[in-house]
Design a protein around this ligand. Structure first.
Ligand code: PRP
Length: 173
């Protein structure tokens, strides 16, 4: 059933020590995405019971997940991108990381004011990225139905940076 598929899916997440820097345990969902039953289970669980008009997936693995969720729910998908990739930008937001800062950009002619948006990414770590993605959606005049991830690294406390949003994590570790 659904729960068995979800449990098996989670076993396909790879843990890679010392990436991208020493001391960090990187969670790579690539093998999970490559497995058909896992992709279906994760996709279903991310969007289940939620009402939204469009999906916003965060670069890079959020693009893959976001497109699958959108297709399953009959919506379109928008990629929130790192800077310098888009020819035309509707809006952008910058945010602080532990060391330095980062930016996400909303492509032109995608999101319409008032749309209900499901924000999708793979991992919630410090929360900077997911929080910024939600602020970008709101800044553009739309509303966030929920911010959803496959995995939340709960010990980092990142949920606090996604303040005021409904956060759904399929797995906490
Ligand atoms: C990872 C992950 C999230 C973000 C979470 O992306 O996919 O987008 O970090 O971290 P945070 O909660 O601390 O902000 P990464 O920087 O590896 O970029 P990529 O997906 O483009 O490879």
């Amino acid at each position: 059933g659904d729960d068995v598929d979800l449990k098996n899916s989670i076993r396909l997440i790879r843990e890679v020590p010392d990436f991208p820097e020493p001391g960090v345990l990187f969670r790579d969902i690539s093998p999970m995405l490559a497995d058909p039953a896992a992709l279906r289970a994760i996709t279903d669980a991310l969007g289940r019971g939620l009402e939204f008009d469009v999906v916003a997936g965060v670069e890079a693995r959020g693009f893959l997940l976001g497109a699958a969720v959108a297709q399953a729910h009959g919506t379109g998908v928008i990629g929130l991108r790192k800077p310098g990739k888009l020819p035309e930008v509707a809006d952008r937001i910058s945010y602080e990381l532990e060391y330095g800062h980062a930016t996400l950009e909303l492509p032109a002619d995608t999101l319409r004011a008032g749309q209900r948006v499901l924000v999708v990414d793979d991992v919630l770590a410090t929360g900077g990225t997911l929080g910024a993605a939600c602020r970008l959606v709101r800044q553009a005049g739309s509303e966030v139905t929920a911010a959803t991830v496959v995995m939340e690294l709960a010990a980092l406390g990142g949920r606090a940076k996604v303040d005021g949003e409904h956060v759904r994590a399929l797995l906490r570790s």
